[in-house]
Write a protein that binds this ligand. Structure first.
Ligand code: FES
Length: 152
C-alpha cells in the first residue's frame, strides 16, 4: 500500500453533470467534509460549504464578479470569496486619499477549494487537504459546525 494515499484522497461521486447544469449548484458530503459545488460560466468549482468568516452557508449565496473575478458572496455578512482560488477579497481605501476609488485586494486563501473532475457524465470531488496549508474555513468544516446532517 502506498503510504502517501489515504482514503480521504480518493475522488467521490457527488452527482450527475446534467443535474448540476440545471441547478447551477449542489451540496455534498465528501469523506465527512461538507462541500458546495458551483457550475458557473461552464466551469465547476468546489469549496468548503461554511464561510471562513463565521460559518455562513455559502450554498445560499449569490455569485457576482468583483474586479473581474467571480466570487461567491456569503449571505451572512457579504464577504466575497473567489471561486477559483478561495481568496477573500476586500476593498481597500487609502486613508490619505479618501476620495480615491477603493481598490480590490486579496486577504489570501481563506476558503478551502477542492478539485472537481467529470467522468462519463458524473461529477467527482477530490478533497484538497494535501497542500499542508491551513485555511480559515477548516475550522467550520468539522465537528459541531456542520450544517448538513447525514441522512443515515
Ligand atoms: Fe460569511 Fe460572515 S459568515 S461573511
Amino acid at each position: 500500500e502506498d503510504p502517501e494515499t489515504t482514503e480521504d484522497d480518493s475522488p467521490v461521486c457527488v452527482g450527475r453533470e446534467e443535474d448540476i447544469k440545471k441547478s447551477q449548484r449542489m451540496t455534498a458530503i465528501v469523506h465527512d467534509r461538507e462541500i458546495v459545488i458551483f457550475y458557473h460560466k461552464g466551469e465547476y468549482h468546489a469549496m468548503d460549504i461554511r464561510c471562513y468568516h463565521s460559518g455562513g452557508p455559502l450554498h445560499l449565496g449569490e455569485i457576482e464578479d468583483f474586479d473581474g473575478q467571480a466570487c461567491i458572496v456569503c449571505p451572512w455578512h457579504k464577504y466575497k470569496i473567489t471561486l477559483t482560488t478561495g481568496e477573500g477579497l476586500y476593498q481597500s481605501i487609502n486613508p490619505k486619499d479618501p476620495s480615491a476609488v477603493p481598490k480590490w485586494r486579496s486577504k489570501g486563501i481563506k476558503q478551502r477549494i477542492h478539485t472537481v473532475t467529470v467522468k462519463n457524465g458524473y461529477i467527482y470531488v477530490t478533497l484538497n487537504k494535501t497542500s499542508g496549508l491551513k485555511c480559515d474555513s477548516d475550522f467550520y468544516a468539522t465537528g459541531q459546525f456542520k450544517v448538513i446532517k447525514r441522512s443515515s
